[in-house]
Design a protein around this ligand. Structure first.
Ligand code: GLU
Ligand code: MG
Length: 467
């Protein structure tokens, strides 16, 4: 379980003693430094590191870092909002000791996600991990609900010796093909070993569709842990790749055309230990609440896209008939609707049933993405929203009249339109709070400006190695 309590100056009760003991233990295991990790609004992982001996100090007082990164763009230029983006001020990064792991792919290093607190000991309103902790805490308090989540990770493996920023796939062979598994077998075996050593329960690793593409899926855990894991697993995928002379990209699209890298979110709501997505009277075993939760996400999807698919490169991936789910529709095990109802197989349904949200990529900040999806679902649940009819097959083939009759809409086809939808969505903006919501709008607009006049290949190239 994730610690949901806010960090406090002086340290959460017991944290300093624990960090002191941990730093001794880590030093004994040859760990020299601890990576303190968070993700900015543009979805870039940013870090500070401290020597292992400073861990207790970090647990007590945090580590300084400017709030300016909340409005950094992927290319490290800076935009501003009313309150963010100025050179003034400082924040304290507090590691979550429950999540501290020794990095198996980076000998000498440990890793922990952080929450960011002001110098006055207050929550930083731009901290996305704090946002997700708040959403989860409120859902438990107001609705008696808990959640399980997992983020699938697709990535592209490239040759590390390719010239400049060129993309040369590190493996050949057909999609899902044995050839790829053989060619990159040493790499993926080391990845499995590193994940296991870090306590991450991998469910599958497989060669995916696009050139050089692989996917790893991990077990579902509480939402904050799921977001933390997504960051940790990507750190591991990259670190292990580097030791094999490979270069990886989690960018939504590494080339201008074709299937991209997704970061599908699996989400289920639970009450008193029971999965609301199984054993109910609704469709495919959903309870009435699970249907309404699903309807809530469906209704907010166009605006959610600004959070879940936040880069201009996201819109190279978000195209029909590429399994990215670009239509506001749901279906059982349907790979072209934005929402895929996963029932699990007979015998496992009470544990396995969940909702898969497909128009999500790995440029998304995972804390913002999961928190926003939960907020949208809860809006549906509290208003007892009705889930429309299921869609089967590829919604791209529906006639205009059929699509309209079913309420099936194409998701925004540009970042600009997604931002307009987000700006008009009071539920989401309220859930994020004004500081984070304004940061989302400013950063997306900034990204859009960065790619003005670029063609698809140039947009893909601009983000290829940033994620
Ligand atoms: N690569 C696809 C995407 O961009 C997903 C493929 C799959 O269904 O696993 O979302
Ligand atoms: Mg996949």
């Amino acid at each position: 379980m994730t610690t949901l309590a806010d960090p406090v100056p002086g340290g959460r009760p017991g944290d300093v003693e624990r960090a002191t003991a941990l730093s001794g233990e880590l030093a004994g295991r040859g760990v020299h430094g601890v990576v303190l990790a968070y993700v900015d609004t543009a979805g870039i992982g940013r870090v500070k590191t401290v020597p292992t001996a400073r861990l207790a100090s970090a647990a007590a007082w945090g580590v300084g870092m400017s709030p300016v990164f909340d409005t950094f763009l992927a290319n490290d230029s800076i935009v501003t909002t009313d309150v963010l983006g100025s050179p003034d001020g400082d924040l304290r990064l507090y590691p979550d000791l429950d999540r501290l792991v020794v990095l198996a792919g980076q000998p000498g290093w440990a890793w922990a996600p952080v929450d960011r607190v002001t110098q006055d000991g207050e929550r930083h309103p731009g901290c996305t991990r704090t946002f997700l902790r708040r959403i989860v805490t409120e859902a438990a308090g107001r609705h008696g609900l808990t959640f399980k989540a997992a983020i699938e990770i697709e990535w592209t493996v490239a040759r590390g010796d390719a010239p400049g920023d060129a993309f040369v796939p590190a493996t050949t062979g057909p999609a899902y093909g044995a050839t790829r598994q053989i060619e990159l077998g040493d790499y993926t075996a080391d990845l499995l070993s590193a994940c296991a050593a870090q306590g991450v329960d991998v469910e599958q690793v497989h060669p995916e569709y696009a050139a050089g593409q692989f996917e790893v899926s991990v077990g579902a855990v509480d939402p904050v842990a799921a977001a933390d894991r997504s960051v940790l697993v990507r750190q591991t995928v990259r670190a292990v790749a580097q030791r094999h002379g490979l270069r990886v990209s989690f960018a939504p699209a590494v080339v201008g055309r074709g299937v991209g890298n997704g970061g599908h979110v699996h989400l289920s709501a639970w009450r008193a230990g029971a999965n609301l997505h199984a054993g109910g009277e609704g469709r495919y075993g959903m309870t009435a609440e699970a249907e309404s939760f699903t309807a809530g996400i469906l209704a907010h999807l166009p605006a959610l896209t600004a959070v879940t698919a936040p880069s201009p490169a996201s819109h190279l991936r978000l195209r029909p008939s590429q399994w990215a789910g670009v239509f506001t529709a749901w279906g059982r095990e349907t790979r072209e609707t934005a929402l895929r109802v996963v029932t699990g197989t007979t015998g496992l349904r009470d544990r396995a049933a969940n909702l898969e949200i497909k128009p999500v990529d790995l440029a998304a900040n995972p804390y913002l993405a999961i928190g926003s999806l939960i907020a949208a679902g809860l809006d549906g649940l509290t208003s007892a929203a009705a889930l429309p009819d299921e869609t089967t097959g590829d919604p791209a083939h529906l006639s205009e009249a059929e699509a309209e009759a079913r309420g099936v809409r194409r998701l925004p086809d540009s970042l600009e339109r997604a931002v307009e939808e987000f700006r008009d969505d009071d539920v989401l903006r309220t859930a994020l709070g004004p500081v984070l919501a304004d940061a989302v709008i400013a950063v997306r607009r900034g990204e859009q400006e960065c790619v003005a006049g670029l063609d698809d290949d140039q947009v893909a190239a601009a983000y290829r190695w940033t994620y």
